[in-house]
Design a protein around this ligand. Structure first.
Ligand code: ATP
Ligand code: MG
Length: 393
């Protein structure tokens, strides 16, 4: 087909020329089916960003996708076959291939899907115009709704069709709206007011969402370079209070700023602690590791230990987070060199062991003595040697 004015994916986009990706496309289209790249990968490529998963869409049924891929020797996993998704493994990576569909019935969380052969219907069931973009295997962009490319390039997050109706179909879209806002929107541009009104009207629906999904969205939102405007909009629409009751915006901006001023990459857990809030873990269901980090950091901000002791006892990440949070609370500025002593402290190893004090000391007396020597050693800024500690000289 001749498309004189088509937008194309920038030819230097890495995944577009990835042989594994292309082998999946060839397998699915081998008998004449259509296959397109869709969603985040097309959006990100148009914005010159890299790193999104490469998702695909096709007009053939999931069972056929499996047969076509297997016929070319590719492994397939029916990851979400009921809603049309199979994962095709090529080049050691999974590629999600989803059959065109429309959402027949929705209950605010899950949809009954009907497969179809119509790319425009498939585009219409997606959330935002910039996410309803497709590209052919050779990189020609297809914009079935007509406004996706313009909105994407203008960094505008707009619901497809009526915001209120789309939110009632799936309340997760409220959080996705703010996440995409945090990552993609032009900070000079205000948010779409229709969307904000609809969000403010539908706050109660957020209670339908599982803690895992809320947590996954919030962590991704807070990982954006500067999530402050998006979180402020969440607060204005009442969403923040529902998701994280008791949270407060005051420290978020300073923490984001301080993180950058000491040249650390964005850490969503630190931003979450900056927001505060009650019952964070039951509401967000984080991994154990993240929850431990968040709760430890909440504890260390206010306790009396020095930053060096915190670095020694709890590790560098916790100490850096504590430094930033304490500075934010005290309205102080920071510079990168202030991380150096924390790095040193996090590597310090206490030179005395129980063996050094036995058999003269045993049991509780031994434990007390070790703790006492460790405290002296920490107070010396990890300088006192083993001999000096043991002999007391
Ligand atoms: P990223 O993977 O970078 O988060 P993405 O846009 O690829 O961005 P996914 O969650 O992977 O996001 O979803 C893939 C596509 O599926 C989206 O681009 C969008 O078109 C559609 N989509 C995902 N979730 C929803 C939803 N809740 N409602 C409507 N469409 C959705
Ligand atoms: Mg994706």
């Amino acid at each position: 087909m001749d498309r004189p004015d088509t937008t194309v994916i920038p030819p230097d986009t890495v995944w577009l020329s990835d042989p594994a990706v292309q082998s999946v496309c060839r397998a699915i289209s081998a008998e004449g089916a259509d296959v397109y790249f869709v969603g985040g990968c097309v959006r990100d490529a148009l914005l010159g960003l890299d790193g999104s998963d490469v998702d695909m869409a096709t007009n053939v049924l999931p069972q056929q996708v499996m047969q076509l891929a297997e016929a070319q020797g590719l492994k397939v996993v029916p990851t979400g076959i009921d809603h049309g998704t199979v994962t095709v493994v090529a080049g050691g990576r999974g590629h999600e291939v989803t059959t065109f569909r429309r959402d027949a019935k929705t209950d605010g969380r899950r949809a009954d899907v009907t497969f179809c052969d119509d790319i425009t219907l498939d585009a219409g069931r997606r959330d935002f115009t910039l996410n309803a973009l497709y590209a052919t295997p050779d990189g020609a962009v297809i914009d079935p709704l007509g406004t996706g490319v313009v909105d994407c390039l203008a960094r505008r997050i707009r619901f497809i069709n009526d915001a209120d109706a789309r939110i009632r179909e799936d309340y997760l879209r409220v959080l996705r709206f703010f996440r995409f806002h945090a990552w993609y929107s032009d900070p000079q541009q205000g948010l779409d007011t229709d969307a904000l009104d609809a969000i403010a009207q539908n706050g109660r629906g957020l209670e339908n969402l599982s803690a895992e999904r809320v947590g996954a969205e919030m962590s991704r939102l807070l990982a954006a370079p500067d999530p402050t405007p998006a979180v402020a909009a969440m607060q204005q629409t009442g969403v923040l209070q529902r998701v994280l009751p008791g949270s407060d915006l005051a420290l978020l901006g300073p923490v984001v700023h301080l993180e950058a001023s000491v040249q650390l990459p964005p850490d969503w857990r630190l931003r979450l602690v900056a927001l505060g809030g009650e019952d964070v873990q039951p509401r967000l269901r984080m991994t154990n590791k993240d929850a431990k980090f968040v709760y430890k950091l909440r504890e260390t901000i206010g306790d009396l230990k020095s930053l060096r002791e915190i670095a020694y006892r709890f590790g560098l990440d916790i100490a850096q987070g504590t430094l930033i949070l304490r500075a934010a609370m005290a309205n102080e500025v920071l510079a990168p060199f202030q991380l150096d002593p924390l790095e040193m402290a996090s590597k310090a190893r206490f030179p005395v062991s129980a063996m050094d004090l036995m058999p003269a000391l045993q049991g509780k007396a031994l434990g007390d003595r070790l703790a006492d020597l460790e405290a002296q050693w920490i107070a010396s800024d990890f300088q006192l040697s083993r001999d000096a500690l043991i002999t007391g000289k």
